[in-house]
Write a protein that binds this ligand. Structure first.
Ligand SMILES: [Zn+2]
Length: 243
């Protein structure tokens, strides 16, 4: 390959690598944001489990008070049984006692159900807290790792920038201008020809062009407009003679 083609090939490789690094660096904040969102979700779950636990606790405090109230009322009314004068009065009082005791029992079984819920919620809270701890560590690691990679990217970019400048000084300005214009509009300015095709747009090249390419010329692809070259090192090996 002619030196100016070789340099353009190298320049394109450098430019593509620079673009890859830029994209990778841009993706870093998203990785941190994702780790952050996962931690926030676990924190929310822990807070919800904790709130559910306090809710059950205050529910049981209230139920305790109500149960005591019903029991006291039953005891108070039972005392009145001694002073009743008619069977109807006795019946009414007994009814009241039965009602209060039944209420106390109903509320006690509610309390029991609340205790069972609490057990489940304590498990959920422990799980959520463990998740919060693990995700906080993961977030720190993600941040550390992102910072390291950012540094590495910057270092590589600096090397590539120097390499790029050196290469550009070796290439004639007219080729650079065409290469830059194409890179700007199509992402890449240079395309390798192989098997009589442009490897960028996959369109065939005319036999005459193909011959000129194989003689080492830098031409233009009729279809995509990129600068077309042929690399003998990349050409398939000629079929070996069978013995
Ligand atoms: Zn093409």
């Amino acid at each position: 390959m002619q030196p100016h083609i070789q340099n353009l090939v190298k320049l394109q490789a450098v430019d593509l690598e620079r673009a890859r690094l830029t994209a990778a660096a841009r993706a870093l904040p998203a990785e941190i944001a994702k780790a952050h969102a996962e931690l926030a979700a676990a924190q929310r779950q822990a807070a919800e489990a904790s709130a559910a636990l306090s809710h059950e606790e205050s529910l049981r405090t209230r139920l305790d008070r109500e149960v005591a109230g019903h029991r006291q009322k039953a005891a108070r009314v039972r005392v009145q049984l001694d002073t009743v004068t008619t069977p109807a009065q006795a019946e009414a009082i007994e009814h009241e006692i039965r009602f209060s005791e039944a209420e106390a029992e109903r509320l006690e079984s509610e309390e029991f159900a609340s205790l069972e819920r609490t057990e489940a919620q304590e498990g959920a809270l422990a799980t959520a807290r463990a998740a919060v701890e693990a995700l906080a560590v993961a977030l720190d690691k993600t941040r550390e790792c992102a910072a390291l990679r950012q540094k590495e990217f910057s270092r590589e970019q600096a090397v590539l920038a120097t390499e790029r400048e050196t290469l550009r000084q070796l290439i004639e300005p007219e080729w650079l201008t065409r290469f830059d214009r194409l890179s700007g509009s199509r992402g890449t300015g240079l395309a390798r020809a192989q098997n009589q095709q442009c490897t960028s747009c996959q369109m065939g090249v005319r036999p005459q062009t193909w011959n000129q390419l194989r003689e080492g010329e830098l031409l233009t692809c009729d279809s995509c407009g990129r600068l077309l070259y042929w690399d003998p090192a990349m050409a398939p090996a000629p079929p070996t003679a069978k013995s």
